[in-house]
Design a protein around this ligand. Structure first.
Ligand SMILES: [Zn+2]
Ligand SMILES: [Zn+2]
Length: 330
């Protein structure tokens, strides 16, 4: 099969022909149709996350059809369309798993990081961690739901019932969260890089009532903010924008260092928290909610062999919505 492979972090991906994997007990073999590109992929490729499997096939927003079923898998049939998310395996036995927090599992395996992912024509996945894809979502539009959507959903839950919601960084995740937040009757304020009028216009199209530069404050106080951009300096900026009792949610897996800031911007029962990974419950909830909104993902497509260009487009902020690798469009 064709695959894009990371040999050494810090380098680029190499196009290669490798053997199609065999599903072990509990796994399904999927013919990959599309795989969305996440900023986490960029952190893995750049070596910003420790100890990836090497060589590695990245990609953790996979839409594929079941081609072969390993022993003991009861939930899927050949031909079913399923999604594979970032959370690829847990031990089911640690204190986190046993308390409904499998996203924090001490021994978790993550797709496209410790487990080969979807930048390839085929992949194997533990069937227990796969999701049925809602009918009516084309492959390309469904792929970004699997991380941008799921992590966005989890982040939005941690924003509580905030009416005035700030979104810092208007990429794949924010473009989905903006739609859900508007559907829930929240008021969305979108912050982008200075002068990124394209992204600001995009945010307004998706229901943001205000969009502007992260260097300026919002026109009024916010009740919560979610930071999607991997920029630590946005933490004090967001804290300065939220009202007393407000929460700042850091949604990314990696961020540049957070500058020191005066205690007074945290005072007033403001809080800062991170969101790590996802639970299967997040996936079920969000994939049930998405068709009701309905979430419409905007995608920029690249053929599998152009995965490096997709990553560079993401790095350069040139992706409107989500970047998706088209693996098999039949
Ligand atoms: Zn565990
Ligand atoms: Zn991701």
């Amino acid at each position: 099969m064709r695959a894009m492979i990371l040999d050494v972090p810090g380098g680029s991906l190499r196009a290669a022909e490798v053997a199609v994997p065999e599903p072990e007990a509990g796994q399904v073999l999927l013919r990959v149709r599309a795989c969305a590109v996440c900023r986490t992929d960029l952190h893995v490729v750049d070596g910003e996350l420790p100890d990836p499997k090497l060589p590695l096939i990245p990609g953790h927003q996979i839409v594929g059809t079941v081609e072969k079923i390993g022993d003991g898998v009861g939930r899927f049939d050949a031909g079913d369309r399923v999604g594979v998310p970032w959370l690829g395996w847990t031990d089911g036995a640690c204190r986190y798993c046993l308390s409904g927090r499998e996203n924090l599992c001490e021994n978790a395996g993550f797709t496209g990081y410790q487990i080969d992912g979807g930048y390839a024509e085929y992949t194997v996945a533990d069937a227990r961690f796969c999701f049925p894809i809602p009918d009516g979502y084309p492959d390309l539009q469904a792929a970004p739901l699997l991380c941008a959507g799921l992590i966005g959903h989890r982040s939005l839950r941690f924003a509580g019932d905030a009416e005035r919601l700030g979104l810092y960084g208007f990429g794949a995740s924010a473009h989905i969260v903006a739609q859900v937040a508007a559907y829930e009757g929240r008021r969305v304020f979108a912050f982008t890089s200075p002068n990124d009028e394209e992204a600001q216009g995009f945010a307004r199209e998706l229901g943001a009532e205000w969009a502007g530069s992260s260097e300026q404050g919002p026109p009024e106080e916010l009740d919560a903010a979610i930071i999607f951009a991997p920029v630590g300096a946005l933490v004090p900026a967001a804290l300065r924008s939220v009202a007393r009792g407000g929460t700042v949610v850091c949604a990314g897996i990696h961020m540049s260092d957070i500058p020191t800031f005066p205690y007074e911007i945290l005072w007033g029962e403001r809080s800062v928290r991170s969101v790590a990974n996802l639970t299967r419950r997040d996936g079920r909830e969000f994939l049930a909610l998405a068709p009701d909104v309905p979430v419409r993902t905007e995608v920029m497509t690249f053929p599998l062999e152009r995965a490096n260009q997709a990553l560079e487009a993401l790095r350069g902020g040139r992706v409107r919505g989500a970047a998706v690798l088209v693996v098999d469009s039949r």
